[in-house]
Design a protein around this ligand. Sequence first.
Ligand SMILES: [Zn+2]
Length: 269
Amino acid sequence: MTPSLVRRLPEPVYRALGALCPSPWPYTIVAFHRIAAWGDELSYPPTAFDALCRYWRDHYELLTLDCLLARLAQGDVSDHPCLTVTFDDGYADNAEVAAGILDRYGIPATFFVTTGAIGTTQCFPWDAGLSETPRMMSWNQVRGLHAAGFRIGSHTVHHVRMSATAPTVLEAELSASRQRLEAELGEAVYDFAYPFGGITDCGLEGRMAVQRAGYRCCCSCHGGLVAATDSPFHLNRVSVSPRYHPTPQAWARAYARLRWQASSATAHW
Ligand SMILES: [Zn+2]
């Protein structure tokens, strides 16, 4: 069956194909930015987020990043769908909107924050065209998320494009963001997601720098699902989009496609 035909199949057929899939269930890490009804690609509407969280609670085992990394370290293959929720950048709606919805459904999450933007009124360049500047979290809000049981990770100090950053500057970005988080939270910080998240935004050198800086993982924002054999320094994430995943049904179709692609890549069927 060709990929183009697979894309046109109705959703129940995807589910049936998923059930027939001979390979184990890959792990899934999803990435969000804002939970807001602003209509742009980085803003996922709160009502849709609530529906998606309810769907995930009912259909997936929701794993903390800690738990996922432990399973990968043991090469554990899952016989059921698992999902790990993450957020990038450190927008205020993460604490003001997302955390309450996650809490309602008992879903754990990791928030990767750009430490230099926390507690400031800065506007990221990609937000410049919005009708108002999205607010960033305060350090109180970051500490509040942590106190509520969510995990906090680093997303560098200045949201640098790692592949275009000099090694000494990159080293400072990795260590200073981690030190600031540890000082604010009072505990060790080990998790990292690289800014922009594209395939060319962090090469092997960047991943090695992340490892040298003492992190235990490096998350992208592309690449689909995660196999039990994948390196923790090469973790794919699925960016959840209001355009491509506006409803749980659309998510289910997209997920079935990702799983099909993952199984095709490994099992060649
Ligand atoms: Zn980012």
